[in-house]
Design a protein around this ligand. Structure first.
Ligand SMILES: [Fe+2]
Ligand SMILES: [Fe+2]
Length: 321
């Protein structure tokens, strides 16, 4: 192997060696069976021969935050083509980095969770996430031909999840919050992209992610209801708020404006003020809020904070699992 570039993240995750092998949770076992049946092989399932032009309008241009402004009107045909390519690259690169975070967190869950049912299911998720890393990396390298580094807000959240020694916080951070938000973002991509290969990739990834979120809700539900004190639940509610705050600021694509030489602060302001982008950022929480409620974490304090973030209206939405 050639020398490789990586960062070492110090963690303290005690490995739980279980002495109880018999199935205990039928619902998690059923999800494990489903996960085994629904494994897919990316080389034969997806048509990688499809020709992709990353400079085409593969997403409606009106989804680009500066669309319709004076900055947009000043762009010529080539500049618009480059901006489309970079916006797509930025979004998919963040998916790629998030998938690596999920791969690492899922493997930590296999290690740290005390129940065998959850270890077995977690093992299927490790494979799912490996496949997700594989398909996004390949699509970016072969089709988009530009890759962006991880966004600082996303990186901060992923590191926090990986560093934490408590298995339930890994579940809460990854399965409920990061993957809940990713699922909403994938739904958006699936609904709006006109590029057939990306649509197909997203379709397959979404099916896996829906299982991952359901696994989190199933595994944490009983534990939070029966094992945690009020003070411990309050602490999880605070973690949830911090994570949501970091994730809300994730989609400003600051790095794209910097790379392409746009006036960065102006573009960020336009992104924050754009009604389409505000609605998009709000919709990203549509899967998270009902699940947080189902876990018993929607304390009066968190309810107030979610109200400030403008996402409380999702409270009565469908919860996963
Ligand atoms: Fe994934
Ligand atoms: Fe996942």
């Amino acid at each position: 192997m050639r020398p490789h570039s990586y960062q070492s993240i110090p963690t303290s995750c005690p490995t739980a060696w279980t002495t109880e092998y018999s199935p205990e949770d039928e619902r998690v076992r059923a999800l494990y069976e489903k996960a085994k049946r629904e494994q897919w092989e990316s080389n034969s399932t997806l048509d990688w021969r499809l020709d992709v032009d990353p400079e085409r309008e593969n997403f409606p241009d009106m989804q680009i935050p500066i669309y319709g402004t004076d900055l947009w009107r000043a762009l010529d045909h080539n500049a618009i083509a480059t901006l489309r390519q970079h916006s797509t690259s930025w979004m998919l690169s963040q998916f790629l980095h998030g998938e690596q975070g999920a791969l690492l967190a899922a493997s930590q869950i296999v290690d740290t969770v005390p129940w065998l049912d959850a270890k077995l299911y977690g093992a299927t998720q490790v494979m799912d996430e490996a496949r997700h890393v594989e398909v996004y990396e390949r699509y970016l390298r072969e089709k988009v031909e530009v890759t962006y580094p991880v966004n600082p807000e996303l990186k901060a959240l992923l590191e926090e999840i990986l560093r934490d020694s408590r298995w339930d916080v890994k579940y809460l951070g990854m399965q409920i919050l990061v993957e809940g938000l990713a699922l909403a973002a994938f739904q958006f991509v699936h609904a709006f992209t006109t590029e057939p290969l990306l649509k197909d990739i997203t379709h397959h990834v979404m099916r896996d992610e829906a299982r991952h979120v359901a696994f989190g809700v199933l595994s944490l539900g009983d534990y939070y209801r029966t094992e945690l004190s009020e003070a411990e639940l309050d602490e999880r509610a605070r973690f949830t708020y911090e994570a949501c705050r970091l994730m809300r600021d994730r989609f400003l694509q600051r790095e794209v404006w910097e790379t392409l030489g746009f006036p960065v602060e102006r573009c960020v302001e336009l992104t924050l003020a754009s009604p389409a982008m505000t609605e998009f950022r709000r919709l990203l929480f549509s899967r998270i809020v009902p699940n947080v409620k189902k876990l018993g974490l929607l304390t009066p304090w968190l309810r107030e904070r979610f109200g400030e973030l403008g996402i409380l209206s999702f409270e009565s939405g469908p919860a996963d699992a």
